[in-house]
Design a binder for this molecule. Structure first.
Ligand code: KMH
Ligand code: ZN
Length: 309
């Protein structure tokens, strides 16, 4: 078990927009199908956002989440992980609306306020399908992704303490590891901490290989054996960083939320294609893939029968 690798798959997110790829899942049916395929390909954890079925704009509407969550639960035993980061225009109450109803085994928890600049993400788009997309992206040069200590503690109270939800702690820079260490010292959060180190978001730490080791070494010092390490990287860095994390004993996250590509200049046709690729690489390196129940045991999750959907 110690060496098994948990593959998380983030199937749609709130960064990419419909005009960037025809393969980005948008409707509840597409999100459910893509999640099920990713689980069948080897993902133990499915990280989920919702989108307006007509326009593809990220939505916090619990009714939309409830159109795909039960379908995923009935068709796979993957761990369902719901975002609390939401989309770029959402208040904290918006961001918590669906998680508070769904009470999932796991939610993301972003470990600090930061710039989150994706204003150039649409540079290659020549035809915009929907009017919301371009302003949504371009305004992020003036956007602060708000995650104060009070916000973080509130999410832990309302979801973790109240419903037994555990967290994917999103750490986009080294300071976020120290924020999490503060929360651990104060007993706001409980081990084992599932720490997602994130590389290549403009506003966070850059996607340089030495930074991966720097983040891991810092997390080792701060958390010792109280944490479980996973890594994601944005865009073209996705595969190299997840491979490096696997080699260094980490778990990995892929999916179209983090990158739309499967290779240089080639759009991924599905989330499952990315899961299958990192799985192939890890298995070639003699690493084994964790099942959902092995992930549950490692992360001390409450179980798929104790959720609200
Ligand atoms: N979009 C990723 C870089 C969240 O959903 O809370 C991080 C993320 C945030 O998944
Ligand atoms: Zn997300």
């Amino acid at each position: 078990m110690a060496n098994k690798v948990i593959i998380s798959c983030a199937v749609t997110g709130a960064i990419h927009t419909p005009s960037m790829s025809p393969h980005l899942p948008i409707t509840p049916e597409e999100i459910a199908r893509s999640s099920i395929e990713a689980a069948e390909a080897g993902a133990a954890i499915i990280h989920l956002h919702a989108r307006d079925p007509q326009t593809g704009e990220p939505t916090p509407d619990p009714a939309v989440f409830m159109r795909f969550l039960p379908v995923i639960k009935q068709s796979t035993d993957a761990v369902v992980n719901i975002t609390t980061g939401g989309g770029l225009n959402m208040t904290l109450d918006d961001r918590l609306a669906a998680p508070l109803i769904a009470k999932p085994e796991m939610c993301s928890l972003n470990m600090g306020s930061m710039n989150f600049n994706i204003s150039r993400a649409g540079d290659r788009v020549t035809h915009w399908k929907h009017p919301w997309e371009q302003p949504y992206l371009e305004r992020t040069d003036n956007f602060i992704f708000r995650n104060t200590f009070k916000d973080i503690e509130g999410i832990v109270e309302r979801l973790g303490k109240a419903h037994g939800t555990r967290f994917e702690f999103e750490c986009y820079d080294v300071g976020h590891l120290y924020n999490l260490a503060y929360c651990l010292d104060r007993k706001i959060v409980e081990p084992p901490l599932f720490v997602q180190t994130i590389f290549g978001i403009l506003g966070g730490i850059g996607a340089e290989p030495r930074n991966l080791l720097f983040m891991k070494e810092t997390a080792d010092r701060l958390f010792g054996d109280a944490y479980v390490w996973s890594t994601l990287a944005a865009g073209r860095h996705q595969l190299a960083f997840t491979t490096m994390a696997g080699i260094n004993g980490g778990h990995v996250r892929v999916g179209l939320e983090d990158s739309l590509y499967i290779g240089r200049g080639r759009l991924a046709r599905s989330n499952a294609e990315q899961v299958a690729k990192i799985r192939r690489i890890l298995e070639e390196l003699s690493l084994e893939i964790a099942t959902p129940d092995e992930a549950r045991a490692l992360l001390k999750l409450k179980g798929g029968d104790r959720v609200g959907f």
